[in-house]
Ligand binder design. Structure first.
Ligand code: UD1
Ligand code: UDP
Length: 382
């Protein structure tokens, strides 16, 4: 079987490691994977670092699309991916998540009748002002095999009309839906063992043997709206100053650029001068695991990071108005604080006082999602 996998944005590159590892461990003789990098993310620390560190095969193609408006970026990707699909004629196009690279792959493949396997299917924020919500709905509805990481995601698909009783042979008008666990849980289990051997990131940032908070911010709904970005940073300053706690922030390039213009008043200067807010460039995935597993709690608007907080049994203050991972909130391990300054501070205080009473039920599978996905594609060759 030949598959083409599209990667482009940071989280997809990381997710792809799980499938590539399962192929090389269990399906080397039966699955030939060709990787296409759209170039949506291109800085060394947003892309190549993961390919090198996580053992992902070198992409055969890099479209080098880079940054642009949604329309231009997606259109250029569609053009490039279509040509590759026509040349390679794979049995499946594998797509991850909900980025513009995902949408471009879905449009390109669906129109030339190449079956799509969508990993992370069914997730919904029910907020169509999010570009990702549009991307996921469109991709799911063009797919042939839909792999949902959670029961909620599976239920969302059923609610949208996908029939869980469908039997093979599957095709785009008769898709198969599967609740198979999360490939990122597979990855976190696997890479935790490697990450345990390195603690440099803690040493370099003077965080050894200290309670600290890990924060990431990159959603356009936060970075592009001055009031929201300012409320979040103002809350971070208050929390760090009043509690004498360090906050480490590996900064997404989008945030690094927009902070300068979108933080109001003298907030930008206060943030830059703070010795408690540690703003650092994006870190590698292994370093991220070290930070996630050693921090006291996580504050984030990232989908991936709130989930990894849960994998490593850390509570998450969610800097958005909703989450696709509602199991985390239902388990009491995440609080939706949105971009409300006082809500963020209250959520921090809640977890600061109740950290030891949390439990983290196993809701993201058994660490073998990628193997299941590979086997299901093989069992359903058209
Ligand atoms: C994208 C995804 C988002 C995902 C995130 C993961 C879409 C619509 N959004 O958002 O779902 O959560 O990736 O990180 O696909 N930039 C650089 N260097 C890079 C990459 C980006 O400087 O290597 C800067 C550019 O100024 C660019 C901006 O970041 O304009 C945004 O990048 P883009 O890929 O368009 O969106 P993200 O915010 O990264
Ligand atoms: N990540 C990383 N280094 C960083 C920030 C994030 O390796 O500096 C990883 C993180 O551990 C997770 C993924 O990137 O696996 C999440 O990506 P991001 O937050 O950019 O996107 P989202 O998951 O929200 O789509």
């Amino acid at each position: 079987m030949k598959i083409v996998t599209v990667i482009g944005a940071r989280p997809q590159i990381i997710k792809a490691a799980a499938l590539s590892r399962a192929i090389s461990n269990h399906f080397a003789g039966s699955i030939n994977e060709i990787i296409v990098h759209t170039g949506q993310h291109y800085d060394q620390n947003m892309s190549q670092v993961f390919i090198d560190e996580l053992g992902i095969p070198k992409p055969k193609y890099n479209l080098n699309i880079g940054s642009s408006s949604h329309g231009i970026q997606t259109a250029r990707m569609i053009e490039g991916i279509e040509k590759i699909l026509m040349d390679e004629k794979p049995d499946y196009l594998v797509l991850y998540g909900d980025t513009n690279s995902t949408l471009a792959g879905a449009v390109a493949a669906a129109k030339i009748h190449i079956p799509i396997a969508h990993i992370e299917a069914g997730l919904r924020s029910f907020n169509k002002s999010m570009p990702e919500e549009i991307n996921r709905i469109m991709c799911d509805h063009a797919s042939t095999l839909l792999f949902s990481p959670t029961q909620t995601g599976f239920n969302n698909l059923v609610n949208e009309g996908f029939n869980p009783a469908n039997k093979a042979p599957f095709h785009a008008d008769h898709p198969g839906i599967f609740h198979c666990g999360d490939v990122m849980y597979d990855n976190s289990l696997f890479f935790k063992a490697l990450a345990n051997k390195r603690q440099n990131i803690l040493r370099e940032n003077n965080l050894e043997d200290k309670a600290f908070i890990l924060t990431t911010i990159h959603r356009d709904s936060n970075t592009d709206v001055p009031e929201r970005l300012s409320a979040i940073f103002s809350a971070l300053l208050t929390i760090s100053e009043e509690n004498h706690i360090d906050i480490i922030l590996p900064l997404h390039p989008r945030t690094a650029k927009l902070m300068e213009t979108n933080l109001t008043g003298n907030l930008y200067n206060r943030v830059k001068k703070s010795d408690k807010l540690k703003l650092i460039p994006p870190v590698s995935f292994l370093d991220m695991i070290v930070l996630e597993s050693n921090c006291k709690l996580v504050m984030t608007d990232s989908g991936g990071v709130q989930k990894e907080a849960y994998f490593f049994k850390k509570p998450a203050v969610i800097l958005r108005g909703e989450t696709e991972w509602k199991e985390i909130v239902e388990a009491g391990c995440g609080i939706i604080a949105n971009a409300g300054e006082s809500k963020i501070i209250e959520a921090f205080e809640f977890y600061n006082n109740n950290n030891n009473t949390l439990s983290f039920p196993k809701i993201f599978g058994d660490g073998n999602a990628a193997t299941f996905i590979c086997q299901t594609m093989l069992d359903n060759l058209l």
